[in-house]
Structures are given as C-alpha cells and as structure tokens.
Design a protein around this ligand. Sequence first.
Ligand code: GRF
Length: 200
Amino acid sequence: MTKTKIAVFASGTGSNFESIANEIKAGTMDCEISMLVCDNPEAKVIAKATTFEIPTFVFNPKGYTNKELYETEIVEVLEQAEVEWIVLAGYMRLIGPTLLTEYNGRILNIHPSLLPAFPGKDAIGQALDAGVKVSGVTIHYVDEGMDTGEIIAQESLVLEDGEDRESLQERIQQMEHRLYPIVLQEVVQSFVNKEGKDIQ
Ligand code: GRF
C-alpha cells in the first residue's frame, strides 16, 4: 500500500515532529514524512530531521520581500516531493493564501489549549494567567485565521492545585505527542478511503 506523503512544518524544538517520525518508523502510520519545512535556520528540529534522514527545506523569511514569494517556493518544493498533506507542528507563522489554495482542506495544526480559548502565542501562559482549572490540546484544520479552523479533536486535562508552567507544559506536550500521530493517521486514512489516492 502506498504511503501518504506529508510535510511537517516546524520552527523550533520539534518534539512533535519527532513523535510523528518515531510512530512512522514503528510502522503504526500509513504516512511518510517527505519533507521538513523550517523557517528558522537555527531550529533544533533540523538536526532531528537529519537523524531520521528526512529531507529539509529551510528558509529565512527575512530573505524574501513578502510571504507570497517564500510560500510559492515552498509549494514548488512540496509539489516536487509529491507532498499531499501539510502538518503544522510548532510552525510560528500564519499560512497565507498561496499555500492555503494549493493545500485546501489538507493542512492540520496542533495547539496547546482548548480552542477557541487562548489562540496565538503562549497559549499555556495565557491559560495559567486566566486561572483556568481545565486546559488541553486541540488539533484542527488550518484556515486563514490564527488557530480558527475547524476543530478535529480535543483532549482535556485538569490542572493540579498550584500547577506551574513547567509541569503544565510537560503534561500538555506528552498529550500532544500521543494524540497528534493518532489523529493524523485517522484523518489521512479517512480521506484516502473517501477520495481515493488520486488527488494531485
Ligand atoms: C507545541 O506545543 C504545539 O502545540 C505548538 O507549538 C509547540 C511546538 O513544540 N503549536 P515542538 O517544537 O513540537 O516541541
């Protein structure tokens, strides 16, 4: 059976990238990561991709006059690699019309809060500042907004009394690492069953 080709987009540590790559290596998913796209030449995720022998496209947005220019280049690279799905995992940029048009309905993101609460940067800090008793993780489709696309899956956790940032972050990340590969597999598989593979 042919594997669905995905590209993971990340800007930083890449622990979610790693968890997906590990699941794929373990044979639990019908996907392969054909490309890591990274907008930060200093990001730790790049070395992780090299370890897994996954090709990378690393760019510096400051080298382009606008988003359309670098997204056009990304689309070219992804099409060359026959990428079908885009999986955002800590990619710190809004996706623009160029990528959204090309990958309409086939872009996922993971966010460390129960959306629509606490979209955008530092969701964990926002939740702690608000004094919530429950938080969690959301996986959603990506649209032009900031963490506003249709929700696919959520998992919640109850905060412990006086829980600090380090502990909450750790628990949320563990949840992300377990949940993202499972949901990604389900979404891609149901798409393949519904549409067939011939989508390019
Ligand atoms: C994750 O918490 C994810 O929810 C958010 O960015 C973080 C990325 O972490 N969008 P990592 O780079 O995967 O370790």
